[in-house]
Design a protein around this ligand. Sequence first.
Ligand code: F0G
Length: 457
Amino acid sequence: MLPYTEPYKIKMIEPMYPSTRAQREKWIKEANYNLFNLKSSQVYIDLLTDSGTGAMSQEQWSALMSGDESYAGSRSFDSLHETITSLTGFPYVLPTHQGRAAENVLFSVMVKEGNVVPGNAHFDTTKGHIEFRKASAFDCTIDEANDTSVYHPFKGNVDIGKLENIYQVYGKERIPMIIVTITCNSTGGQPVSMENLKAVREFADRYEIPVIFDAARFAENAYFIKTREKEYQNHTIRDIVKEMFSLSDGMTMSSKKDGIVNMGGFIALNSKELYQEATTFNIMFEGYITYGGMSGRDMAALAQGLKEATTFEYLESRIKQVHYLGNLLQEAGIPVQEPFGGHAIFVDATRFLPRVPREEYIAQTLALELYLESGVRAVEIGTLLADRDPETRENRYPRLEMVRLTIPRRVYTRNHMDYVAAALQNIFERREKITRGYKIRYEAPIMRHFTVELEKI
Ligand code: F0G
């Protein structure tokens, strides 16, 4: 058997920025121990996010050149619209400048004060847009998702029993929709099975509640359905994608992920009425309905990106690269969320650094150690991100303190993955010596992790 290789080669290169530990110590102190405050030239391998950080193909770059910049009726919008409708089945499409903008527009129509919105661990901007409207987001993910040592092939699944409990307490009037995030970022890029999507649909039909997918990584979700759900092993990715979306009433999309573009988003819907209501907000917040905050050329590149992202060849190489890193860490005994997710490897920081108290931000401490050790920038998915309870203002301690090693699409090579694994291994070997973390010097009232300022304890 021959080894697996990436199904593309490199045409244009971008420099990397090596640094010394002394430089990194100075830079991170100046950045108030917040990795978001670093300049990209102070970072060697950037695993902060897979959002908008992917590499476009030559076909996408070519599409850019033929973008139609007409204010209304752009040809590039038509081609994007056709692509989205043929992939998802949704007839109505509104472009937005990114995923959270799609949430803002759609929730302006759907979410009212006092509402509750159940789902599988909403992403932070989704939760933010719900809480901003004085509504609540309830996490109904299956319990297995919160134990990194338990194997479950679909840790993004929704627990229908938890949905039922919420329905019994709040009733139809207060539940404007169920949001299913595919794949579920917050639990580790974990997929939702087709079986579970069907069960959510059945529940929603019984009580006449709309289902909206937060579909940022829908293609990766389809890959996991194909490779982990027996019934679908001979289906094409596009057939699976079509079937997935047939089980929802609409979607919000961050095109910066499975659209493989650097900026963009959209809403796609079945209901004409809902589309018409959303249109008004789209025009107010984003732009006219045939561009919604996107350039014509970007819509053209996105249409092409969506086609590439829904091929098995692309998805296999993407996800195999992520899992290659996961395997290296696992072989070194480093605790990681299993099975591995689609876009990232999530390191279980509590098990990695058992001596750091949770009040001192365990996952952030590990992410900072990794930067100091190697120049690799990862991101905390822990107490800083979880924010404070909007009512009590107490820290919300999540069940998992994770460091996310997020892999940009088509950007890094296997050597880069080896480097990241070696860096973490070095820290793992001296983990017993790491006993203290950080304290907060400044924080914003909402979404604090982006701007928080920390101090070493
Ligand atoms: N939904 C999910 C599941 C996401 O992961 C994101 C963004 C959004 C919505 C918002 O989309 O960034 O285009 O406004 N996730 C990025 C991340 C930021 O790093 O995981 P956006």
